[in-house]
Design a protein around this ligand. Structure first.
Ligand code: NAP
Length: 455
């Protein structure tokens, strides 16, 4: 696939872009290196001002940024506008807190003075996915730039206009030329960039194969990586749960971003005692959802981002059905219209060996599992190779404590849906990746933690 804007709601190709050739990439890397040499010396107060200015631009022009996101990847316009607002929030968060997160940390030792100092590493490459085309980039860029690094963005090939808009926002905000650049390149050009000695580290948000490939190249070069990969997050509902709240949240948690979120709830694990009721209410809520044009404010669920995403999802659904799963609603692509529309779908009954065991369903498909008790629920939750987030519903404190302790995931949310928040670290374990973004942990990923000892 080339680099292009293709409207997922219609299939129409709006604009195509030529990938950069090796001379243009070289020029951008040279510019980034020159920019780093002076940018690293800019005072933190100055960086904060620029980042706050970026937040102002995001808030001011959120509707036009929202329209670019919706046009390129199909999320509903209302959610795209909310995404631009959330980007402003993460900019303001790091503009305010980076100075304290990066301040020297004194230690008492045998020296007359010893402390830790945080210093930037240099050029950091961010390989980003299309699903939250602004948010994924800003949650990398805000801490990286505050720490004095410079950013290079290789965005997903289906969101080039988002990638260019982000570069423009940071330039307009006042960041010096070369501090943040978009590289319009294909995935096959990433290896050369990661291998360049001027690039000091890389982060990738996306699929397992992409993460493994980037990490392999970076590993050969002994460069640090942070990987935010896929997930098949459990959503556990125990007998004492507030069922109204659990069912309403289940709908949002599965269908957010047209079902294409790494931390969407994908496997609903419900104890037998309330499973019939949960299932009935969930189906009822799915029946009234409006599927259609993502620019329309009444739309609940828009198209999937690309025909490939739709095909991959449908393949998993059809294998489940062939192996004996039950379709409670949905179950095949909407063929009555152009675009990549897949209806909100609920499947139950999974004989052993279906993809529901260990695959990520990246679209609006809920997998419903019944379990005997909490013991079985935790075992089921932990039974995949992923470990990103988990949501669990109970009003019993002892149960909550046990879920927090025993669920294998980078995040556990009790009585709420998993979400990212600048104030809390975000990331996974197992095959969902390693390293953390956001909060103090995120800004410490791409810095030299320098030990200083003075006698
Ligand atoms: P993807 O194919 O891995 O694409 C993500 C990015 O990686 C794109 O920029 C892509 O470029 C690039 N890429 C692909 N193959 C590569 C390779 N071999 N080497 C270097 N770069 C490569 O991901 P996707 O399928 O579009 O996105 C969905 C996945 O992302 C899901 O698994 C989802 O769970 C995960 N995700 C995780 C998080 C998280 O924070 N944990 C957040 C969002 C999404 P091209 O577009 O040019 O191929």
């Amino acid at each position: 696939m080339g680099i292009a804007t293709i409207n997922p709601a219609t299939g129409e190709t709006i604009k195509t872009f030529e990938p950069l050739n090796s001379e243009s990439i070289e020029a951008k890397l040279a510019l980034a290196q020159r920019a780093f040499e002076s940018y690293r010396k800019t005072p933190m107060t100055q960086r904060s001002q620029w980042l706050n200015a970026a937040a102002d631009i995001l808030e001011r022009d959120k509707v036009s940024f929202g329209k670019i996101m919706t046009l390129e990847m199909g999320k509903t316009l209302k959610s795209a506008i909310a995404e631009a607002e959330k980007c402003a929030l993460v900019c303001r968060y790091y503009a305010e807190h980076a100075p304290e997160f990066l301040a020297d940390v004194p230690a008492t030792t045998d020296a007359s003075k010893s402390f830790v100092r945080y210093q930037p590493l240099g050029l950091i490459l961010a390989v980003m996915p299309w699903n939250f085309p602004f948010w994924q980039v800003f949650r990398f860029a805000a801490p990286a730039l505050m720490a004095g690094n410079v950013g290079l963005l290789k965005h997903a090939s289906n969101v080039p206009q988002c990638a260019l808009a982000i570069e423009e926002i940071l330039a307009q905000a006042g960041f010096p030329e070369g501090v943040f650049q978009t590289l319009l390149i294909g995935a096959n050009q990433v290896k050369a960039v990661v291998s360049d000695p001027r690039v000091k580290a890389a982060t990738l948000t996306g699929s397992e194969p992409a993460g493994a490939s980037l990490a392999a190249t970076a590993g050969e070069q002994l460069k640090k990586t942070v990987l935010e990969l896929g997930g098949s997050d459990p959503f556990i509902v125990l007998e004492s749960a507030d069922l109204d709240a659990a069912v309403s949240t289940a709908v949002t948690a599965r269908l957010i971003n047209n079902g294409q979120s790494c931390i969407a709830a994908k496997r609903f694990i419900v104890v037998d005692a309330i499973a019939d009721e949960f299932e009935r209410r969930l189906v009822e809520k799915y029946q009234v959802l409006k599927i259609g044009d993502p620019m329309d404010e009444n739309t609940d669920v828009g198209p999937l981002a690309t025909p490939g995403i739709l095909e991959d999802l449908d393949k998993l659904v059809q294998i489940c059905i062939e192996k004996g799963s039950k379709v409670l609603i949905g179950g095949k692509p909407l063929s009555d219209r152009p675009g990549n529309f897949y209806p909100p779908t609920i499947l139950s009954n999974f004989p052993p060996g279906t993809p529901a065991d260990d695959e990520e369903f990246f679209g609006p498909v809920a997998l419903l599992f019944r379990v005997k008790d909490m013991e079985e629920a935790i075992a089921k939750a932990n039974s995949t190779s992923f470990g990103l987030g988990a949501s669990a519903w109970t009003t019993n404190e002892d149960e909550a404590e046990r879920l927090i302790e025993e669920i294998e995931a980078g995040a556990v949310f009790i009585n709420g849906m998993v979400k990212s928040d600048p104030r809390l670290p975000f990331g996974g374990i197992k095959r969902s990746g390693y390293g953390r973004e956001l909060a103090i942990q995120g800004i410490h990923e791409f810095v030299n933690v320098k030990t200083v000892w003075v006698k």
